[in-house]
Design a protein. Structure first.
Length: 710
């Protein structure tokens, strides 16, 4: 561990570098009697759809600004080049390069993924179940040759075990092309383009279902493709025309049905597609306001995870598959307020679900014949659990994963009858890791309205709260997404340098149940921001964070969180890491033509139709609330082909911050010119992005007298 004491403040950036200043081209729009002026609106290219498919389509004047920003980033951060190389080496040293996942049985085969030393992508493989040689079904490294970006969406073997389907996005726009091949042979010539990447095979393996993306990048249609046929002849199976709803597709655990979920931000409806016939899809229950449900068929019945009739934290019901009228749903697992059921999995003889209470998960197993239910328990103060669904339905073996901030991931097979577990794999850290050297804790910060906001901490065992340390405080807080308290080896590069790594489980997620989400959306959205600030103040007050020594981090909707809190409490932070940040909120939500805007109205409000929603969003939208004040150093990242947070949001925000702030900084933007929302696609390529962020965080700590290199 690096000695944090008596470090002298130092300049760590090349402040001689000159930040670019984009041309200001005044434009305005008037909504609900208020005029919005925007000098940088021109950075949003009219041909954004073309740019998603081909980054070279970016207009020259916009491209010039983006390239100038990247050049400034390189120049400003040049003094950190050595540290970044050191960090990449550390991060890579924690990755087992030639790794193998535990295989999943299916029929006479064992299917698994593995990686080779130096390989960026996985290999999909299989072996005979009773022993024999490996067959490589798909070699991601070989397929990725010649591509700067290569994100593999799926590799799915067919029920006949004679062919596979695989999908890839090769520019970061999340538009996946699906190909098929006989096992051991070349790809067929029929390529299905503009999909979401998922594949569900028919029972006879002669066709597959997929979801097509529309021109506004919305998943809206389910098609059936006959293997070998011209994709132009694909049959439309199901279509959703309302732009506020998305379509997703999965396969039932029993394997007999394609499960179509049509969902918005506050409701869903499900359809069953029989994979054994060409029968038309069948609706389970029509959509209702605020009714969310998902289904799993089981013989003549189906199990339904749902929030009907006030079950805000969800229950599991059962009904006949022939007629699943809502009036016939009967409880199997009743609703308990504050105990949220976050997911279920079904086997021939068992029902399994994950529930979360007070931000801690547990696994529950119920025998379908006896109804006897038991929990799979764990003792750590903070941890993460996950069900790993395999291919087999008629089995008493459940596979699950477990990790904690101090404990690398462990994968178990659990005998649901004998109630015994077998460790299959423990994540290996080649450079070494001793959990005893670290401490994970769960604290609670009191919000302004009295709510207790959970904070998960990781620090060295030889750190004691008192004078404080630099803290990396991460937050998200939107869409009901809860932040896992699992193992992340990347964080150790900060913790071993004396950082405390903290996660603020703010409202807007479901960390404490569905009400925790409702308390951080629409009119309650500001709670997410005040919760995060309260967590930061709590860490200072209790000696974990030195005053003004918090580096805040968030991405996407978490980038909105970063923009809001730095506008409101810039003195709390010594640095900001804002990844693909959703910061131009008001302008984006006012544009119904953008890919995700209509569905977003249920999360934030519709400022086009609702003056109250307009005023509320205008009050916190980070871009619209940049102030003439000092800002801490800020590293902002974005992706040119990002369909979720369009590239111009971080680009405009960066320009407006520099033009408005009275001091502080620097504010620097790194815009990936050939990647999208998730950044680099390779497992080692992504390390450069993490090293950039960690180096910036360390530099911010050094600036105020912490964290010498070591």
């Amino acid at each position: 561990m690096t000695d944090m004491r008596d470090a002298a403040p130092s300049e760590v950036f090349d402040m001689a570098a000159t930040p670019p200043a984009a041309e200001r081209r005044p434009s305005s729009q008037t909504r609900h009697g208020r005029t919005l002026d925007d000098d940088y609106a021109w950075l949003a290219a009219d041909n954004w759809r073309d740019v998603l498919r081909d980054p070279k389509a970016l207009p020259r004047d916009v491209a010039a600004v983006a390239k100038a920003e990247n050049a400034y980033c390189d120049a400003l951060l040049k003094p950190l080049a050595g540290l970044r190389k050191t960090l990449v080496k550390e991060l890579r040293g924690r990755i087992k390069e030639d790794d193998v996942d535990p295989p999943f049985p299916d029929g006479g085969w064992l299917y698994y993924e593995r990686t080779r030393e130096g390989g960026e992508h996985f290999l999909a493989c299989r072996k005979p179940r009773d022993g024999g040689a490996e067959t490589i079904l798909f070699d991601g490294d070989a397929q990725a040759e010649g591509h700067d970006f290569f994100d593999i969406g799926a590799v799915e073997h067919a029920p006949d075990h004679a062919q596979i389907a695989w999908s890839v996005d090769d520019n970061g726009s999340e538009l996946y092309a699906i190909r098929t091949r006989p096992i051991g042979d070349a790809d067929r010539g029929d390529i299905v383009r503009d999909t979401d990447g998922g594949v569900v095979w028919s029972a006879d393996a002669k066709s597959f279902l997929y979801v097509r993306m529309d021109e506004n990048h919305r998943s809206s249609q389910v098609f059936r493709h006959v293997v070998g046929a011209d994709p132009a002849s694909d049959a439309l199976v199901l279509e959703e025309k309302d732009p506020a709803w998305f379509v997703s597709l999965d396969q039932s655990r029993c394997g007999d049905f394609g499960l179509v979920s049509i969902h918005g931000h506050d409701a869903s409806e499900c359809w069953l597609i029989d994979l054994r016939t060409d029968a038309p899809p069948r609706l389970v229950a029509p959509r209702e306001h605020r009714l969310r449900y998902e289904v799993e068929p089981h013989g003549a019945a189906m199990f339904i995870l749902n929030n009907a009739d006030g079950a805000d934290d969800f229950r599991i019901s059962m009904a006949s598959i022939a007629s699943a009228d809502r009036r016939d749903w009967r409880d199997v697992v009743p609703h308990v307020a504050g105990r949220m059921i976050v997911g279920m999995s079904l086997f021939s003889g068992h029902l399994v679900w994950v529930e979360r209470e007070n931000s801690l998960p547990r696994l529950m197993v119920s025998d379908l014949l006896s109804s006897e239910t038991h929990a799979i328990a764990f003792a750590e103060e903070a941890y993460a659990l996950g069900i790993e669904d395999g291919y087999e339905f008629d089995t008493a073996t459940l596979r699950f994963s477990y990790s904690s901030p101090t404990t690398p991931e462990e994968i178990y097979d659990y005998d649901m009858r004998a109630r015994s577990r077998t460790l299959l794999k423990r994540e290996e850290i080649p450079s070494g890791h001793d959990p005893k050297n670290y401490v994970a804790r769960r604290l609670y910060a009191q919000a302004a309205d009295g709510e207790q906001v959970p904070i998960t901490l990781l620090h060295r065992a030889d750190f004691a709260p008192g004078a404080g340390a630099p803290v990396l405080l991460y937050g998200y807080g939107a869409y009901g997404h809860s932040v896992s308290a699992g193992f992340d080896p990347d964080t150790l590069s900060l913790v071993d340098r004396g950082f405390v790594y903290a996660t603020a489980h703010v409202r807007g997620g479901t960390d404490k149940g569905w009400s925790w989400y409702e308390a951080g959306k629409l009119e309650n959205k500001p709670n997410s921001f005040s919760d995060f600030i309260a967590c930061g103040r709590h860490l200072e007050a209790n000696g974990y964070a030195a005053k003004g020594a918090i580096v805040a981090q968030g991405a996407s909707a978490g980038g909105l969180l970063m923009g809001a809190v730095v506008n409101e409490a810039p003195d709390l932070f010594c640095g900001i890491l804002a990844g693909v940040p959703f910061v131009d909120v008001l302008n984006t939500i006012l544009r119904a033509d953008l890919p995700l805007t209509p569905p977003e109205w249920l999360e934030w409000g519709n400022p086009i139709e609702d003056a109250t929603a307009f005023a509320r969003i205008a009050s916190y939208s980070p871009y619209d609330n940049v102030k003439a004040q000092d800002y801490p150093p800020m590293l902002i990242t974005g992706g040119l082909t990002d369909p979720r947070v369009t590239y111009w949001e971080p680009l405009k925000w960066t320009q407006k911050l520099r033009a408005t702030m009275t001091g502080g900084g620097p504010v620097v933007l790194k815009l990936q010119m050939g990647a999208g929302h998730a950044g680099a696609s390779g497992r080692f390529e992504r390390l450069d992005e993490i090293a950039l962020e960690w180096a910036f965080a360390i530099a911010c700590a050094r600036r105020i007298g912490f964290c010498r290199e070591g």
